[in-house]
Design a protein around this ligand. Structure first.
Ligand code: HEM
Length: 504
């Protein structure tokens, strides 16, 4: 009996607590609704959830389209209890991303919530970001990427073996699965110096840990929601909580730390990111002998190298893999376009080795990749934070305001892209591109925070695969594709396809 009473009183206390939070929130919103004060239009926020409720219900990309259609090119929304301004006006976006990028250097970061990612490029702010980016950028120069090419080729060999197996067995397969394995193997090999060989089902423990980063469980969705509440998120972050699975983080971090240690002791060498960071350190030491110490740091600590490697994994794995999946889906459902891409590859490359330079000569392929990224942009929101009060078009926004560029509605605006649901690579002919506002295509973002590592691994995989096999749709292929609901745009379901060996 007394146990029931205790249970009842806990429930009652919790209920009262929740009601108080709710009342406080509604009161706060009514008196402090920042958008009402500034005059920015937007939907009435749903208590505590804001637009997250609609984004979860409809899918974020669809919700963004609906918001822009209803409220215009500048919309004020709440994400949880955080105010965010969505901007699709191209001139204002150009100011935010490029012209006034000194005001918008940073992304939104939950202080203390980034764990081992804290020194990563996506998270770093102001001078620290500039410093790290200037050290890391040369790693992705064409010369360095060329050096990584043979590592990528090894993985692409395994990918092709799998495709040929499917062709010979006439087996229907989910292209998303093998693309995920391909990009994971490439990133692990080129950045961490680890051969995951997930395409061959090796290294299962590491692969399962890496995959856990990208799997959203209910607990993680809940944690994510809490972390979106700035003060609470920051408090929990400082206490050591993280949205990412702790065991997987520790397992992966340990492997990378061991690789760094072996390289420092010269026990092994490889043309990968970690090696480049260590070699760079040696070059700087040589250059600086006898010089005064500089205020700007030129090398990264082990912790910082680890953070960059983890960020590259997070930023590069899913983006590249979904690009490849959407691309091959297009090939299978648009056979005329597939034939044109194939003919260009044959003409430009024949049976020659696929080199970095040759990949850059394939103009029609680039157009098809860009049109794929227009229709299915993997990253559907770019974000920036104002570092001071700023005049955003007609509105004066306070320091700290978060701006989001919703990429999906920008890429599907029928005034800029006639018949936006049609796949038309010719939209990316140089003459057509010149007619458009530069902010009309934002698959890689823009300005100094733009993605700098373009779709090289995806391009290599695509070209080598298309030389060997032709992609076909089958009964199980979902046409049109249904899209998923979260921030990295993916198809909702598997993409089942078939491949046939090419005779030539
Ligand atoms: C199809 C492939 C890819 C797409 C569509 C893509 C897209 C993007 C986008 C939209 C951004 C934000 C840009 C902005 O805020 O203006 C970004 C940032 C970034 N991406 Fe990618 N990305 C791709 C591949 C990769 C790969 C393969 C890597 C690394 C291995 C990578 C690493 C990064 C990093 C580090 C940033 C943050 C840059 C910074 O803040 O300085 N991305 N990417």
């Amino acid at each position: 009996m007394s146990l029931f009473l205790i249970g009842d009183s806990i429930t009652l206390t919790l209920l009262i607590f929740l009601i108080l939070i709710f009342v406080y929130y509604v009161y706060n919103l009514r008196t402090n609704n920042i958008f009402r004060r500034i005059g920015i239009p937007g939907p009435a926020p749903i208590p505590l959830l804001g637009e997250l409720f609609n984004a979860m219900r409809r899918g974020m990309y669809k919700n963004d389209v609906a918001l822009i259609k209803k409220h215009g090119k500048i919309v004020g929304i709440y994400e949880g209890i955080t105010p965010i301004i969505l901007v699709t006006d191209p001139d204002i976006l150009r100011n935010v991303l490029i012209k006034d990028c000194h005001v918008f250097v940073n992304r939104r970061v939950i202080e203390g919530g980034a764990g081992p990612f804290e020194h990563g490029l996506t998270v770093l702010k102001d001078e620290q970001w500039k410093n790290a980016r200037s050290i890391v950028s040369p790693t992705f120069s064409s010369a360095k990427l060329k050096a990584m090419h043979s590592l990528m080729n090894d993985v692409s060999d395994m990918y092709n073996e799998r495709l040929l197996e499917y062709a010979d067995k006439q087996e229907i397969f989910d292209i998303k699965t093998i693309n995920g394995q391909y990009t994971l193997d490439i990133i692990a090999s080129c950045l961490f110096g680890v051969e995951t060989n997930s395409l061959k089902n090796e290294n299962i423990i590491l692969i399962n840990h890496l995959k856990k980063f990208f799997t959203l469980t209910l607990t993680r969705i809940f944690l994510l929601f809490i972390f979106l509440t700035p003060r609470l998120g920051s408090y929990l972050g400082k206490k050591g909580y993280t949205v990412l699975p702790r065991d997987s983080l520790e397992y992966t971090a340990n492997i990378v730390i061991q690789v760094i240690a072996r390289r420092r002791q010269c026990l092994e060498r490889r043309n990968d990111f970690i090696q480049m960071m260590i070699d760079h350190e040696e070059e700087i030491k040589d250059q600086e002998v006898g010089q005064q110490s500089k205020s700007l740091r030129k090398t990264l600590s082990d912790k910082e190298i680890l953070s960059q490697a983890l960020v590259f994994l997070a930023a590069g794995y899913e983006t590249s893999s979904v690009l490849m999946s959407f691309f091959f889906y297009v090939m299978a459902t648009e056979p005329v376009i597939q034939e044109k891409v194939y003919q260009e590859i044959r003409q430009e490359l024949g049976d020659d080795e696929v080199t970095y330079e040759k990949l850059n000569q394939l103009q029609y392929l680039d157009m098809v990749i860009n049109e794929t990224l227009r229709m299915y942009p993997p990253v559907i929101r770019l974000d920036r934070v104002a570092s001071k009060d700023y005049q955003l078009g007609n509105y004066l926004i306070p320091k700290g305001t978060i701006i989001h560029a919703p990429v999906y509605p920008i890429h599907h605006d029928s005034e800029v892209w006639p018949e936006p649901e049609k796949f038309i690579p010719e939209r990316f002919l140089p003459a057509e591109k010149a007619k458009r506002h530069p902010m009309a295509f934002l698959a890689f973002g823009d300005g100094p925070r733009q993605a700098q590592i373009f779709a090289l691994e995806a391009k290599l995989g695509i070209v080598r695969a298309l030389r060997l096999v032709e992609f076909e749709r089958c009964e199980e292929t979902e046409v049109p594709l249904q899209l998923g609901k979260i921030i990295v745009l993916n198809s909702k379901n598997s993409i089942f396809l078939r491949v046939v060996r090419r005779s030539q």
